[in-house]
Design a protein around this ligand. Structure first.
Ligand code: NA7
Length: 539
């Protein structure tokens, strides 16, 4: 480590970029190892995703008690969740509580957006340059920059010309926005759009939703958690986290071992009904094991959800517009909703299918579609993110011989375990491409612990250069691509397949996610550590 070779020659042993769920926990662990660590955070506070996404209706789609940190019994003992799916303000409060409780803030530098990071082979260090020109040197660089953190505006002419108020959901004003009596437009109907729409519809004078692709939404069934219930949840934390570690994607839900055709039609309907009536992601993550692989099975659940939409939406023309046609249920991220479909029964809500009447441009007064112009007071852009690789692309990261990470990943990311990249020594990624995602905080805790294990090993063995080698990267990348074969979701355009037509060069599908099971991922990573990281080049 830095301290052992050249005492204090470097600013830090490790720089962590980002003070979200991963950055906070990584800082905690590195401190335990006695390392000089610093977190660089673009925002004015901690929380990452939960700091930036303050849009109305933002909340977890995973059960709160499966989503919080599990590493500290004291933290679990003292924190009460008030809803089964925590709303954003409560989650942000929680993460602030974590930062205070573990005294993390003294090593976090806010308002520090990283502009570039340059590897220096001779000194074996990273030089990190901030947007304000500040420079810091560090032996190791750990990216905790999130997989959905680079928001994108739509490529629609005239976006800058609107004279009313416009906000991207991921850059929501801290003081909030009052919709009472206002004419509001929402562009985008992904998980974010759905949460926003159902909330804004409560107070807006007129709400117009501009939909390009409808998504298969399912009921969230959120509820308050009483004190007694919280006590029971607290007592069962060991079981909850044990279950999360056993399931396919770290959710409380995991696929039903039966295939769709193994049950009778009546049993199948009953199972779908039960899942539709249950909380959370069960209908997506806990359904028959073949619904995300087998076209016939997928058609059955898609048909079931379509029937629900037709029943819930009064105007059948509108209902048909809300039913996805170009992808099956669960092949894109399933937005979870609370009376979302009923919003379209309100007299003050209009759905505009922009496939029928495309948006020509944003005007000074509002939005002009091919048939007419509508005036608005507020336009909300729920248009998503340059996902998974976007936050990396936003930083000019240069490894050996000035190689740009963006160039290295042309045509799709290449990684070792989703954590390391060849030619980018001493850079470790938390929630980078090719890691197991699923219930994100569970995956984060594992990745942070794995990276901390590697740091520990490096310290004990006085290593100053850790790099993935070509063979390891090739075999991991091939493994990830193979795992994605046969998955219906990999045949569909979505942020999960790296598509974002608002970003140049993001029009070809890539395999950006590890789609095997989380236990298998952990087993592989554990083995690498147990065998002394022999698949890596360590000096
Ligand atoms: P998503 O899921 O990427 O959704 C973005 C939405 O915005 C989607 O409906 C897009 O339609 C729409 N969009 C994007 N660009 C345009 C243009 N140019 N014109 C019209 N409509 C457009 O992002 P979210 O923020 O909802 O969710 C991202 C993840 O964050 C979510 O899955 C959770 O895991 C948390 P499209 O489908 O591309 O036709």
């Amino acid at each position: 480590m830095a301290a052992s070779r050249e005492p204090n020659a470097l600013d830090y042993d490790a720089i962590i970029i980002g003070a979200g769920i991963s950055g906070l926990y990584q800082l905690y662990r590195l401190r335990e190892l006695g390392l000089r660590a610093r977190v660089l955070e673009a925002g004015t506070g901690v929380g990452g995703t939960w700091y930036w996404n303050r849009y109305p209706g933002a909340r977890f789609d995973s059960e709160s008690y499966s989503y919080g940190y599990s590493f500290s019994r004291e933290l679990l003992d003292e924190w009460d969740w008030t809803e089964h799916f925590s709303p954003q303000p409560e989650t942000l409060k929680y993460l602030n509580h974590v930062a205070d409780r573990f005294d993390l803030r003294r090593d976090i530098q806010f308002k520090s957006r990283v502009k570039s990071a340059q590897w220096d082979e001779t000194a074996r260090t990273w030089t990190i340059t901030l947007e304000d020109g500040g420079k810091l040197t560090s032996r190791f660089m750990i990216t905790a920059i999130g997989l959905l953190s680079a928001p994108t505006m739509p490529k629609i002419p005239g976006v800058e010309s609107f004279k009313g108020r416009s906000c991207h959901t991921a850059r929501w004003p801290h003081e909030g926005v009052d919709f009472t009596g206002k004419r509001v437009a929402v562009i985008g109907t992904g998980a974010t759009g759905v949460q926003t729409i159902q909330e804004v519809a409560k107070t807006a004078g007129q709400l117009t939703v501009f939909q390009r692709t409808p998504n298969w939404c399912a009921p969230l069934h959120n509820d308050k958690i009483s004190r007694e219930e919280m006590q029971k949840i607290r007592a069962s934390y060991p079981d909850i986290f044990k279950r999360c570690l056993e399931t396919f994607a770290c959710f409380l839900h995991t696929p039903d071992p039966r295939a769709t055709h193994e049950v009778t039609e009546a049993e199948r309907e009953a199972h779908f009904e039960k899942l539709y009536a249950d909380r959370g992601f069960g209908i997506w993550q806990g359904n028959f094991r073949d619904i995300l692989m087998d076209r016939k099975a997928n058609a059955l659940i898609s048909d079931f959800v379509a029937r629900k939409i037709r029943r819930r939406v009064k105007d059948q023309k509108t209902a048909e517009k809300l039913i996805p046609r170009n992808h099956g249920f669960g092949t894109r991220r399933v937005p979870l909703e609370t009376k979302y479909f009923e919003v379209y029964n309100q007299p003050n809500v209009e759905l505009v299918d922009i496939n029928e009447t495309p948006i020509d441009r944003i005007t000074e007064a509002g939005i002009k579609t091919s048939d007419r112009e509508r005036s608005f007071d507020i336009i909300i852009y729920a248009t998503g993110f340059d996902a998974i690789t976007g936050a990396f692309d936003a930083i000019d990261i240069r490894g050996e011989n000035g190689l740009r990470l963006k160039d290295k990943w042309k045509g799709g990311p290449k990684t070792y375990l989703g954590i390391l990249v060849e030619d980018f020594p001493n850079m470790m990624m938390l929630m980078g491409p090719h890691t197991a995602l699923g219930n994100i905080p569970r995956s984060i805790e594992y990745s942070v612990e794995w990276v901390s294990g590697l740091m520990h090993y490096a310290r004990d063995h006085r290593l100053t250069r850790l790099e993935a080698n070509a063979e390891g990267v090739k075999s991991w990348t091939e493994h990830v691509i193979k795992l994605g074969e046969g998955l219906l979701s990999n045949e569909i355009d979505s942020w999960m397949t790296g598509i974002n037509r608002n970003v140049d060069g993001k029009t070809e599908r890539i395999v950006a996610r590890y789609s095997g099971s989380a236990p298998a991922y952990r087993e592989r990573c554990d083995r690498v550590a147990a065998e002394g990281y022999k698949e890596m080049n360590l000096v």
